[in-house]
Each structure stands twice: as C-alpha cells, then as structure tokens.
Ligand binder design. Structure first.
Ligand SMILES: NC(=O)c1ccc[n+]([C@@H]2O[C@H](COP(=O)([O-])OP(=O)(O)OC[C@H]3O[C@@H](n4cnc5c(N)ncnc54)[C@H](OP(=O)(O)O)[C@@H]3O)[C@@H](O)[C@H]2O)c1
Length: 346
C-alpha cells in the first residue's frame, strides 16, 4: 500500500520574523513497507509540538545550529523534525509493533520514516490525554521543572518572576513554583492572559508587558524588596529590568530569549555592575542536559495531574496545513499554553 505524505518545509532560509508565506507543503508518495533487516519503522504522526527554537534552525546562520543535534539547521525543501507523538503503522524493528504509540522526534508532516538510533521510544499515556505527552509530560514540562528545581533551586517563600508566563513553559514554571510555596509574578502579552494567570493558574500577580512603559519601574512595583529568581523566556529589555531588580545573590535562569530570535538588533545588556555587586548568578540551560530529574518530574507532574492540582493549558490546531500559522503565531503571542498541531485522529 502507498500513501501520500504531506510535510512542511521552508522555501529559503529565513532571517527575521517568519511569515506563513515562507513555508510550503510538499507531498510525496510513501510506500507503507520497510525492507527486512533495516530496523526502520514508519509512524503515522498524531500530535506535533510547535516550538520557538525552530526559528533559529531556519536562519542562514545561528550559533545554536551547531550546539546540539536537535537544533541543527533545516535545509530548504526538506522536512522538519519536531517532538511529537505517533502510532507505528509498519515495523521492521523487533522493538516496535504495528499499533504501538511512540513519542520523540517525528516530522511536521503526516508520516515519519524512523531510522534506527533516532530519538523515539514507546509511549505510555498513563491514562491521561495523549496530547499531554507533547507538552506538560514532554519536553516543555521537563524544561519548566528542570529549569526551576535543578537550576534555580528555590526555597519556600522566595519571590519568583517568570516572563512569557502564559506560554507552554512559563505557565508551568509559575504553577510548579506556587505548588512549592513561592510567591510568583508573571508577565504576558494581553489582559485576557493576565486574568487567566491570576484567576485560573493561581499566580499571585501578573501584568501585561505591552502596556508598561518602564519595565524597571513595573518590576519595582511588584517586587519592592527585590526578586530572588527570574525565569527568563524572553531576553532583551525584560532581562535588563529583572537584573536591575534582583536581590543580592539572586538567580537568573535563561531558558530562552524569544524577543531576540526574530530581531538581530535586540540584545539584552544587563548592568554588569549589578551582577558583580549583587553577586547575581545567570545561567543558561538546555532541558536535554537534565534527564537525571526526568523520573522525578514525571512522577510529581502525574501526581499533580491526577489530584487536579495543576491546570493544563493546551492550544491545539488541526492538520498539517495549519503548522505554518501555528508556528508564526508563537511570535505574535497567538497561543495560550502549549501550542500543538493534531495531525490525525488517535
Ligand atoms: N532551554 C530549553 O531547553 C528550552 C526548551 C524549550 C523552550 N525554550 C525557550 O523557552 C521560551 C518559551 O518557549 P515556549 O515553548 O514555552 O513558548 P510559548 O511561551 O508557549 O510561546 C511563545 C510566547 O512568547 C511570547 N512572545 C513572543 N514574542 C515575544 C516578544 N517579542 N517579547 C516577549 N514575549 C514574546 C508570546 O506570549 P506573550 O503573550 O506573553 O507575548 C508567545 O505566546 C522560548 O524562549 C523558548 O525558546 C527553552
């Protein structure tokens, strides 16, 4: 049997803010069979993750492209790999059977041909919706958990500021920190999102950064005695304002700098005297380096989910054709929570 495999690609490298017209859908015939002995499998993609880091993969150059395998540049015309969940439809690998659910690197397309050695494993949904594997129980959840607990090492009662707080990672950082016993303030890009953070997710405070004219003064208002931990998802002027408001021995964890990804002119220039004299620690990290906390993360998050202590924010679109707008929307703040595209029915 043969199917048509549609997949998303870029027409040329994109430096700057991506537009839907930069992407195209290609289609190719895919025979649903594998050669015996190759250990190849074919996966029907079900849910794929839509992540900001992909924008650095489509640039003509980004230092991130050589830092780690999964961030390698995407060649125009070829398929994107992305985190996601799928179902095995053909297996030439004794470790997988037809019908197995799998999670790991698949493609922004209908099907993925998975060669041996790829980052893919069998998936146990743990009696929770399968889409959770892409967000809260996937790399987004691990990133929030590892960045907060493995790097910042909060103490109960500490005061935490998180940016892009209604996004996939930010909302979880805030919820984990509240459950742990910290005071949490989030910044986000609309008044609707501010209300959600305070009323549904239990943040102590939240503000719309687009309505603020002096971010240093804004943070002084929310943290009159200073910030213990800043979980940075956006970089640039928000990072500068947070550093200016850190307490002595404060910690800044740089998870991402989305406001700088699409604007080569934008660069955080925090006051280095503050960093020296307030003995502030700034640390970047990649979730993939923190697999040592994976079991702890999974157990605690599943317990919170089953007990109803954590809210799941998902923003799900449908169909391969919706991937470009879903992706471009990340940089406009269209999403609330984890952006996922459902490719096919389970
Ligand atoms: N270190 C790691 O291992 C790792 C892993 C995954 C992701 N990340 C990083 O973590 C950050 C959050 O990723 P995510 O997957 O959770 O995405 P997300 O927050 O779900 O989506 C992106 C959000 O960023 C905000 N945003 C977009 N452009 C902005 C700008 N110019 N200034 C301020 N905010 C802007 C928007 O919300 P608003 O309404 O708030 O504007 C948007 O909804 C990104 O920087 C990403 O690269 C790091």
């Amino acid at each position: 049997m043969e199917v048509t495999n549609r997949y998303i690609t870029i027409k040329t490298s994109i430096d700057g803010a991506p537009k839907e017209s930069d992407f195209e859908i290609k289609a190719a015939a895919l025979p649903l069979k594998v050669e015996l002995g190759t250990n190849t499998i074919i996966v029907k993609n079900l849910y794929v993750s839509i992540d900001p880091y992909q924008v650095n993969r489509i640039k003509s150059f980004s230092s991130s492209q050589t830092a780690i395998n999964f961030a390698a540049g995407v060649t125009p015309g070829t398929a994107f790999d992305a985190y996601g969940v799928g179902k095995v439809v053909v297996s030439g690998n004794p470790e997988f059977e037809e019908g197995d659910l799998v999670v790991g690197l698949i493609t922004w397309g209908d099907y993925t041909v998975v060669e041996p050695g790829a980052m893919l494993r069998k998936c146990d949904s743990m009696a929770l919706p399968l889409s959770y594997q892409v967000g809260i129980l996937g790399l987004s959840g691990l990133t929030a958990y590892a960045g907060l607990f493995d790097i910042c090492r909060p103490k109960k009662g500490e005061k935490i500021f998180v940016s892009a707080a209604s996004g996939s990672i930010g909302n979880l950082v805030g919820q984990y920190a509240k459950l742990f016993g910290c005071y949490v303030v989030g910044s986000t890009g609309s008044n609707e999102k501010v209300a959600l953070l305070k009323e549904k997710l239990g943040f102590d405070e939240a503000f719309n950064y687009k309505e603020e004219t002096d971010l240093k003064a804004t943070l002084k208002r929310y943290f009159p005695n200073g910030i213990d931990i800043y979980f940075d998802n956006v970089g640039a002027e928000m990072q500068e304002a947070a550093v200016a408001n850190m307490k002595t021995f404060g910690r800044v964890v740089v998870c991402g700098i989305i406001s700088e990804y699409t604007d080569a002119e934008k660069r955080a220039a925090p006051d280095m005297l503050d960093i020296v004299y307030k003995r502030i620690k700034i640390q970047g990290f990649l979730a993939a380096d923190h697999m040592s906390v994976y079991q702890d993360f999974l157990q605690k998050t599943c317990d919170y989910l089953h007990a109803g202590h954590i809210q799941v924010l998902e923003d799900i679109s449908s169909g391969v054709e919706s991937i470009p707008s879903a992706f471009v929307g990340l940089f406009r703040g269209d999403n609330i929570g984890k952006k996922i595209v459902q490719i096919a029915e389970e």
